[in-house]
Design a protein around this ligand. Structure first.
Ligand SMILES: *[C@@H]1O[C@H](CO)[C@@H](O)[C@H](O)[C@H]1NC(C)=O
Ligand SMILES: *[C@@H]1O[C@H](CO)[C@@H](O)[C@H](O)[C@H]1NC(C)=O
Ligand SMILES: *[C@@H]1O[C@H](CO)[C@@H](O)[C@H](O)[C@H]1NC(C)=O
Ligand SMILES: *[C@@H]1O[C@H](CO)[C@@H](O)[C@H](O)[C@H]1NC(C)=O
Ligand SMILES: *[C@@H]1O[C@H](CO)[C@@H](O)[C@H](O)[C@H]1NC(C)=O
Ligand SMILES: *[C@@H]1O[C@H](CO)[C@@H](O)[C@H](O)[C@H]1NC(C)=O
Ligand SMILES: *[C@@H]1O[C@H](CO)[C@@H](O)[C@H](O)[C@H]1NC(C)=O
Length: 925
């Protein structure tokens, strides 16, 4: 049922790593061809390990005006096996003259490690198409030897955030680095993989009046021997660290006045804020929050990060969405940090421990690191403000969108970057599941131990799960034969989630629990679904012993299809499994249990005792299971009855999604009118109780009111329609209506839907006469609503005639695309489009002969959205009548026919049930 978009989805997925870059050789705009669209796409060019770096000494000298830099690197190397080849990373952009490379062997017998002898470099060359540079020596160096490799180099300063880049903001300029994931090789030749963690001793030239901030503090500053207005900062040696976490920024920076003298242990790092101008007023809140977040995180890990300072630099036009997290130096886009959220800052601070200190072995493990950091950032927010910052929605927003995505026939069919994000979100929810099933103490202690064991090292996923397993076994929160690698493995293995079904036997007080792949979109014909099995924690609450704070599993489903459990209560008591969405999976019950749940939630005591996320879950699961065909709609509708009394926005939010989905799904049937009456009955009391807007009220209340109103309007709520028409009248009466539109957007659709033909016609004229000088998106909105909101076919005919057949009518091809798409939003729309197509087949076919895109889109829109037998018959008739004349759209109409057949099954099964329930409901209300 791909026609339904989940509105939760759009809120979530932004694409932080998508930059678009162009290759120009050495021209003015320096951008390069590499993109970091997704770490997982990085090629696996790993370096050999026969020579390992021990430390770096680096000098860098940027030339801002020329957009170049020069530098010099000395790397101490140790030979792990005999070889005469040194392989390291250097980007194509980095110019290296192999004649200037120097290799000197260290004399280990001498206690001051004096340079012993020069080794002649035969040549240096690049690996074809790879960013690997190889230095060939004239002699083979023996295992155990140590040498110093010296390479002078030159490179470019970019304008996109890769390697060293420059940027400006009003009259200020800056230089900064972004070396994630593998761009250190653009800045200096190096062993550019996370596992090579060694100390760096760095010096950087700057103009005298600027400031450079690096990973470590400045140890001393010296004069530049040639450039009189320049100086050189020599920084303290860094702790052993990976190349990607190297970073610096140079600009005229202003340090935030620290008048918040916080008590601090001498081992804790100092935290400084920097900005381009004095922004003390804008930044002092987030500064305070940063100090608090740091303290909270340090307390969680029980150990400070081994660096003496963390500088936070705020840059207005930083060309990256995600903050740059170097060790000891964070760069934030101003618009991100001034949102004043604990979450943003906490996440970056957590990367100082997990990321910089303890580091994923390879970029494919990065999603795990990210998931852990997000989870701990959420934990920090909840600790500091009780989750207010999340509007109480953590982790529901994420979870619901994963439920939608993973239950599709083809998850992530569109964008790979999104796939990476989703994998990371899922991993975060699995960590959350461990937080509850193993307990928060076990998780915390396990993570502490993990940091202890992997500090200055890299880890793979199994290392983390083993550390947590050991802790859980020690704490007795996991059975001795269980391993988290196995448990977590099943959750990470598939792009799917499970659903469990509980059948209680009320005679024997037992229950069977079965698991299967959760599929919502039909048909449920996903290959290999029988092979997918999960380790699932079964956390049970029984009505007579409700205790929602106990989250240890009664039993784990050990990757088995079915288990039986005993000691269930009698037939007058319900059970709830997976309260508070502890595990990311929906739960289905037998009808009796659902009935008891529905009845309980309709009592006041029920709504008080059952916590918010659990109430939301019961409702959300019931609807989605019904939608998927796994539960009767009568049960799902029964689960909405308690909404009459429910006033918590967290529970209302998913309800709007259902109204939207079901509303569209049954839009073509007789049942739809009754459904709208049901919606009115459901929402009117809520709307009335919310009352008029008050300036000072919470955001959630504003949002809830506006959503309620929007849905009421759609269902024909009289006061709303009157309001909309009154607002529209202002426009009707204007002397120059083409010059502006005074009607708020949300009133336009109700007027086109419920208003008169004259009102609609007036809107159409405004589109036709829309001046080229006005913002065109306003015209687009108007056109979209004209097509999508009107339900009378004569209006739609008028619009189609005008846009398709009328010469010089000001309608473009894009407009035609838009009109067809908008008509697919409602049954009256696509019915009319279909009829129009059938009636004017010949002239339309002629008209679109040369435009297969538009033709295909028209056929798809006019035939692809029917859901019933009647629709199927209509499309089939058209198909046969014009057999052979569909051209490029032949396969499109055939696909439509297949889809409608599937949807028809759904309608046959569910519409009568829905109708009966609604009849019953309306007769009582
Ligand atoms: C090695 O070469 C460097 C630079 O050419 C030179 O300064 C140095 O004296 C040489 N060292 C030895 C031990 O020959
Ligand atoms: C930059 O502009 C600001 C005002 O916008 C001014 O106060 C400042 O002196 C200027 N700085 C330079 C270096 O010109
Ligand atoms: C400093 O560290 C000690 C021991 O680790 C701790 O007891 C104390 O509370 C810390 N002080 C502050 C101000 O954090
Ligand atoms: C982890 O579990 C504890 C209760 O055991 C809970 O208070 C905390 O909010 C959980 N953390 C997250 C981020 O869900
Ligand atoms: C729905 O609730 C009504 C009464 O509230 C009940 O009579 C009916 O059996 C329930 N239907 C289902 C399928 O649970
Ligand atoms: C097309 O738009 C212009 C304004 O941009 C308007 O003056 C003209 O009348 C329109 N054409 C038609 C056929 O309405
Ligand atoms: C379609 O294209 C052909 C050749 O490009 C042209 O001769 C013909 O007039 C076009 N037909 C229409 C309806 O635009």
């Amino acid at each position: 049922m791909n026609i339904f978009k989940s509105n939760a989805y759009n809120l979530l997925f932004f694409l932080p790593f998508m930059f678009f870059c162009y290759k120009t050789s050495h021209a003015a705009v320096r951008r390069s061809i590499d993109t970091s669209a997704s770490y997982a796409l990085l090629t696996d060019d790993r370096l050999p390990t026969d020579i390992l770096p021990q430390s770096y000494e680096i000098h860098l000298e940027p030339n801002y005006e020329q957009g170049t830099f020069s530098g010099h690197v000395k790397i101490n190397l140790v030979w792990k096996s005999d070889t005469n080849k040194i392989a390291l990373h250097a980007h194509f952009d980095l110019n290296i003259n192999h004649k200037k490379i120097l290799v000197q062997m260290l004399n280990k017998n001498n206690s001051d490690l004096q340079l012993h002898k020069n080794i002649t470099v035969q040549r240096g060359s690049r690996f074809p198409k790879k960013t690997i540079y190889i230095v060939y020596l004239t002699e083979i160096i023996k295992q155990g030897s140590e040498c110093v490799l010296e390479i002078p180099f030159e490179g470019y300063i970019w304008e996109s955030a890769e390697g060293l880049f420059k940027g400006s903001y009003s009259n200020l300029t800056y230089l900064a680095t972004y070396l994630r994931p593998n761009n250190a090789r653009r800045l200096f030749p190096c062993f550019d993989e996370p596992r090579f963690k060694v100390p760096f001793t760095v010096s950087i030239t700057r103009s005298r009046h600027l400031i450079t901030i690096f990973n470590t503090p400045v140890a001393r500053t010296s004069e530049h021997s040639i450039l009189k207005d320049h100086v050189i900062d020599h920084f303290e040696q860094t702790p052993p660290m990976s190349t990607f976490t190297f970073g610096f920024v140079t600009s005229a920076l202003f340090k935030l006045k620290d008048d918040l003298k916080t008590a601090r242990n001498s081992t804790d790092p100092v935290i400084n804020f920097w900005s381009f101008q004095d922004r003390t007023n804008q930044l002092k809140h987030i500064y305070k929050k940063t100090l608090l977040a740091y303290k909270t995180i340090q307390n969680y890990f029980g150990i400070p990060v081994p660096i003496s300072k963390i500088d936070v630099v705020v840059i207005p036009e930083l060309p990256i969405v995600r903050p740059v997290d170097n060790w000891g130096l964070l760069l934030f886009k101003e618009s991100v940090i001034t949102q004043n959220r604990y979450y943003d800052i906490a996440q970056e601070l957590i990367y100082q421990w997990i990321g910089s200190w303890v580091t994923p072995e390879w970029w494919t493990d990065d999603h795990l690191n990210k998931a852990l950091a997000s989870f701990l950032a959420s934990e920090t927010v909840i600790k500091l403000d009780g989750g207010v910052e999340f509007n109480g929605k953590y982790p529901m927003t994420t979870l619901y969108s994963l439920y939608y995505e993973f239950s599709k026939r083809y998850p992530h069919s569109r964008i790979t970057a999104m796939k990476q994000e989703t994998i990371s979100y899922k991993t975060e929810l699995v960590i959350r599941m461990l937080n509850f099933t193993l307990g928060k103490d076990t998780l915390q202690k396990g993570l502490k131990k993990f940091i202890e064991d992997y500090q200055y090292k890299t880890f793979v996923g199994d290392d983390l799960w083993s550390a947590l397993t050991s802790q859980a076994l020690k704490d007795g929160t996991l059975k001795s034969q269980y391993r988290l690698t196995d448990i977590v493995g099943t959750w990470l293995a598939y792009q799917r989630l499970p659903v469990i079904t509980v059948h209680r036997d009320y005679e024997t007080n037992t229950a069977t629990i079965q698991q299967k792949v959760y599929l919502r979109e039909r048909p449920h014909d996903v290959p290999d679904q029988d092979k997918m099995l999960w380790w699932i924690p079964i956390i049970i609450n029984q009505q007579d012993t409700l205790n929602f704070s106990n989250s240890s599993p009664y039993v784990w489903m050990e990757k088995t299809r079915q288990i039986n459990i005993n000691n269930m209560p009698g037939n007058d008591k319900f059970i709830i499994i997976n309260q508070e969405e502890i595990g990311p999976f929906p739960v289905n019950y037998d009808e009796e249990n659902w009935k008891m749940l529905s009845a309980f939630l309709q009592t006041e005591i029920g709504r008080t005792v059952v916590p918010t996320y659990t109430r939301a879950k019961l409702l959300h699961d019931a609807w989605n299971l019904a939608y998927a065909g796994d539960l009767s709609f009568a049960t799902a509708f029964n689960m909405t009855l308690f909404m009459k009394f429910e006033r918590n926005h967290i529970i209302w939010n998913p309800v709007f999604t259902f109204i939207d989905q079901i509303g569209r799904r049954i839009d073509m049937s007789e049942v739809h009118k009754k459904f709208e009456e049901y919606v009115l009955a459901l929402l009117t009391p809520l709307y009335e109780e919310l009352g008029a807007e008050i300036e000072t009220e919470d955001n959630w209340k504003k949002d809830l009111r506006s959503l309620t109103k929007r849905f009421l309007c759609r269902s024909g709520f009289r006061p709303c329609i009157k309001e909309a028409k009154d607002a529209y009248k202002v426009w009707l009466n204007m002397a120059t209506p083409n010059l502006e539109n005074p009607v708020p957007n949300h009133y336009i659709c109700p007027v086109f839907k419920w208003g008169s033909t004259d009102e609609w016609q007036f809107g159409l004229e405004r589109v036709i006469q829309f001046p080229k000088t006005r913002i065109q998106s306003e015209r687009t909105y108007l056109l979209k609503t004209l097509a999508g909101c009107s339900t009378q076919s004569e209006k739609i005919y008028r619009l189609l005639e005008l846009s398709i057949f009328e010469e010089h009518s000001n309608f473009t091809e894009n407009d035609q695309f838009l009109i067809f798409s908008s008509l697919t939003g409602s049954s009256s729309g696509y019915y009319t489009l279909f009829n129009f197509l059938s009636e004017y087949w010949t002239p339309i076919r002629q008209k679109f002969k040369n435009n297969t895109n538009l033709w295909d889109h028209l056929i798809g829109s006019a035939t692809g959205f029917f859901l019933t037998q009647k629709g199927y018959d209509m499309v089939k008739e058209l198909y046969e009548k014009h057999s052979g004349d569909f051209g490029s759209a032949q396969h499109i109409i055939e696909k439509s026919l297949r889809n409608i057949r599937e949807e028809t099954l759904w309608s046959k099964e569910n519409l009568p049930v829905i109708e009966t329930w609604l009849n019953n409901f309306l007769s009582k209300n």
